[in-house]
Design a protein around this ligand. Structure first.
Ligand code: SF4
Length: 316
């Protein structure tokens, strides 16, 4: 059952008088209730902009976002506020996303207050419940964010997102600012909370090995476009797109079961600017398999095998 239907979504930003940054440039996919969809790509690939567009922080320049049957662009203010309650975000940098002057209890209750959900002792009780759900203690409610470690701050961010009982959470690189030793704990917490509350996640990360642990399906983005989307096991076992193959080949040899190619595929150069993306296929300037047609025609987004999508001229 689809919870989020993303239809040809674009998010462009004006840069100066005549330039346009095409951060997200025509992406379509769906997310199913209760699943975790991992979204990977190098920095600048547009994954954070896409996540922010899906939670309503940015308005899509073009295309549609349908959440639980409701077109987000067509909602009046009141309905939009109700939908915003159902869609929450966990941010990459817990340090920057928590107000340093607010006590943790009040941070967690931000959503409760905004939606006037609980007051007085019920509010206090809910804060305690949320702190315990994320592995913190009731006495932490009266402390300030700087008194906590990075992992604990991310737990506070998770409790804040959970407070209003969302059904869908966009987690934007929720562990990349944390020590490696803490990362698994936060991933496990997110997985436990998903089970308990039937949550759906879009889990954004920059490396494939990291999302593999938590994702049912994985989408790979490059220069504002989706290159490939498949079930996690399928993507690791049989990657189709040259960019996915290169990302998989970069997984350390210490994780042989996750490596998608025996030989490391080194990509030359940096991704091109989203202000002037290449003609045809956005990956063609770095693709080891590029052909003449790749400069002339943009490859179509196609289902190549059962539920395995890619956009590449090598396939049909
Ligand atoms: Fe490479 Fe061409 Fe496929 Fe793009 S369309 S990934 S350039 S082979």
């Amino acid at each position: 059952e689809t919870i989020l239907d993303v239809q040809n979504v674009k998010k462009h930003f004006k840069a100066g008088k005549h330039q346009t940054i095409k951060s997200v440039d025509g992406i379509s996919f769906d997310i199913r209730k209760g699943e975790t969809l991992g979204l990977v790509g190098e920095s600048g690939s547009g994954k954070t902009t896409l996540g922010r567009t899906l939670v309503g922080i940015y308005e899509a320049t073009e295309g549609k976002v349908i959440f639980d049957g409701r077109d987000l662009s067509k909602l009046d203010r009141k309905s939009k506020k109700m939908v915003n309650r159902e869609i929450q975000m966990i941010f990459q940098d817990p340090q920057a996303s928590l107000n340093p002057r607010m006590k943790v209890g009040d941070i967690i209750a931000e959503g409760l207050d905004a939606y006037r959900l609980k007051k007085g002792s019920a509010r206090k009780q809910r804060i305690i419940e949320l702190l315990e759900k994320v592995g913190l203690s009731p006495e932490h409610a009266d402390r300030f964010p700087h008194e906590f470690s990075g992992g604990q701050r991310q737990r506070i961010g998770i409790a804040r997102a959970l407070a209003v009982e969302p059904s869908f959470i966009v987690a934007d690189e929720p562990i990349s600012a944390l020590d490696v030793s803490i990362q698994a704990q936060v991933v496990n917490l997110l997985a436990d909370l998903q089970q308990e509350f039937g949550l759906t996640y879009l889990f954004i990360a920059h490396d494939l090995a990291m999302v593999n642990h938590i994702s049912d399906r994985i989408g790979v983005m490059y220069l504002g476009q989706m290159m490939e989307l498949a079930a996690s096991d399928e993507l690791f076992a049989e990657p189709l797109h040259p960019y996915t193959k290169a990302l998989l080949s970069a997984i350390p040899a210490s994780e042989p079961s996750l490596r998608g190619a025996k030989e490391r595929i080194l990509l030359g150069g940096d991704p091109p600017s989203p202000i002037e993306p290449p003609s045809g296929c956005p990956f063609r300037t770095r693709c080891p398999a590029a052909m003449e047609v790749c400069a002339k025609q943009k490859p179509q987004w196609k289902e190549i095998k059962n539920e395995h999508y890619t956009a590449c001229h090598l396939y049909g």
